[in-house]
Write a protein that binds this ligand. Structure first.
Ligand code: ADP
Ligand code: MG
Length: 487
């Protein structure tokens, strides 16, 4: 295993880090002025993610994953067991429900499944806002409200042409619960804390639902990734690897582990002054380092911090600092992706976003080009780090080819298996350059040939349909008296 110490040295020797002329990032911290292009050059250098660095980050992720499994709750990666003993196979039949309790809305869905021939015959959902008095009331009020909504929805199943289930017959329902839960079994756990007046999602079930939904269609789905407001991933693991599972199924059986990868941190991550400032001013300093370089909640804010520094140190927007640029979160990730998607030769779109979001009416083409380049650097770094995280998981489950430094499981397994990565979230879905950078970095890391065995695919609405499919899978397995993730 290569140590961090040595690695940093090696990489510095490659010349990707450690700028030494008049306008390096250290000097910039001390407000030494320079021109925009030197600033940009140094910012690009300190954000760089050459493929060797990405491979080392992937290896560090795989190592941390093993650490988290071996020492439950004591390492940076929580590696939360889901206690799932099966995933959807596509063979499920019948009527199944899911409820999705997120930040502000409550959703109830039903799907009618007809095995591999008919697949999802019919699906329907309703979404209701959670009334303010319920959000701040007792848990009895909340669950009473949820139950009432479910009963109303279920009572209309026959009217809408769904398979009719006798009213006294039990229905199977998947529950997506976006609060921190200490799960103790597949359908049980205790809530850690009622966070948020209802707003922080820990994404536990998003990522598992994303994987489950993809697995329903494709047996090769092994990894679920969320690239949205925050970032997280889960993967299919051997049940025997879950040391805190008191009565796991057979040793060879598989389950799903929620990595909570947002909290990954490493000396290897190419952090800049903007990341340090963002972290220090955040509600959770020192935590979620990886997520803060990738998540949709943060990319726009990193951009704002870089542009503000450039305005201060290089006069990017003229002699005055635009007032709005000093306000945290005045630039959002959709602003960034809109500017980054500008393909006009005069960068008109960049100009109008600068005007609308920052309030600077006139900009030169050179300024707009600098802003475009900063978007590009931040998005490229976030996308390539996401790719490194995914390759880290592939390393852990030995689906990374022989190009990585080492593999932690079944090193003698040389069979090339197809692997599908299920991804959900706006960064992947609605930010084409982010997605392309991520997919290109995976190819670079895995090598073009091996990368042909790895597919990334959008798996939308895992927290809804994915949960119903999980309910279907679990109920089917229970009926058959069988356990184990079917492969
Ligand atoms: P959630 O994470 O809440 O499930 P999403 O997957 O839609 O929701 O992700 C929301 C995040 O994606 C927000 O941080 C938002 O800023 C960002 N986002 C939304 N649309 C875009 C877009 N077109 N380009 C880039 N980022 C976007
Ligand atoms: Mg989501």
């Amino acid at each position: 295993m290569i140590t961090t110490q040595k690695l940093t040295g090696d990489l510095a020797d490659d010349g990707w880090k450690g700028a030494s002329d008049d306008c390096n990032m250290e000097n910039l911290k001390n407000s030494e002025s320079c021109d925009p292009s030197s600033f940009l050059r140094h910012f690009r250098k300190s954000s760089a993610t050459p493929v060797m660095l990405l491979r080392h980050i992937a290896q560090a992720m795989a190592t941390e994953m093993q650490e988290g499994l071996d020492h439950p709750g004591e390492r940076k990666l929580k590696m939360l067991p889901t206690y799932l003993e099966c995933l959807p196979t596509g063979n499920e039949r019948g009527l199944f429900y899911a409820i999705d309790l997120g930040g502000t809305n409550f959703r109830v869905l039903r799907v009618q499944l007809d095995g591999k021939e008919g697949r999802i015959l019919k699906q329907e959902s309703i979404q209701v806002p959670i009334p303010q008095e319920v959000m701040t009331g007792s848990s009895k009020d909340l669950f009473g409200f949820l139950a009432k909504t479910i009963v109303q929805f279920v009572s209309r199943e026959a009217d809408l042409g769904f398979e009719c289930v006798a009213l006294n017959q039990k229905r199977d329902i998947g529950f997506t619960f976006s609060f921190p839960v200490n799960q103790t079994k597949v359908n049980g756990g205790s809530i850690n804390a009622w966070t948020k007046g209802f707003s922080i999602s820990d994404g536990v079930n998003d990522t598992v639902g994303t994987l489950a939904q993809c697995r329903y269609w494709n047996d090769d789905a092994m990894v679920g990734v969320i690239l949205g407001t925050g970032s997280n991933a889960c993967y299919v693991e051997r049940a025997a690897a879950i040391s805190c599972w008191s009565s796991p199924p057979e040793a060879d059986d598989l389950t799903v582990v929620n990595i909570e990868w947002g909290n990954f941190c490493s000396e290897l991550l190419p952090r800049t002054f903007a990341d340090e400032g963002l972290d220090a001013d955040s509600l959770n300093p020192g935590q979620q380092e990886f997520e803060k370089m990738i998540g949709g909640m943060y990319l726009g804010e990193i951009l704002r911090r870089v542009l503000l520094k450039m305005a201060e140190d290089t006069g990017l927007f003229g002699s005055e600092i635009p007032e709005r640029l000093t306000k945290p979160f005045s630039l959002l990730t959709p602003h960034m992706s809109t500017m980054h998607g500008d393909d006009t030769s005069s960068l008109e779109v960049v100009g109008s976003v600068i005007e609308e979001a920052i309030g600077v009416k006139y900009t030169t083409l050179a300024t707009r080009k600098v802003v475009y380049d900063v978007c590009d650097i931040i998005a490229e770094r976030g996308a390539r780090l996401s790719a490194a995280g995914i390759v880290g998981i592939l390393t852990k489950i030995n689906r990374c080819g022989d190009l990585m430094l080492s593999c932690l499981t079944t090193p003698n397994d040389t069979e090339v298996k197809k692997t599908v990565i299920a991804i959900d979230g706006s960064l992947y879905e609605k930010y084409p350059k982010f997605r392309n950078y991520m997919e290109d970095a995976m190819k670079e890391m895995l090598g073009e040939d091996y990368a042909n065995n790895v597919t990334t695919t959008l798996s939308k609405d895992g927290s809804g349909v994915g949960a119903a499919l999980l309910a279907a899978a679990i109920s089917t397995e229970l009926r058959l008296g069988d356990v184990g993730v079917t492969k």
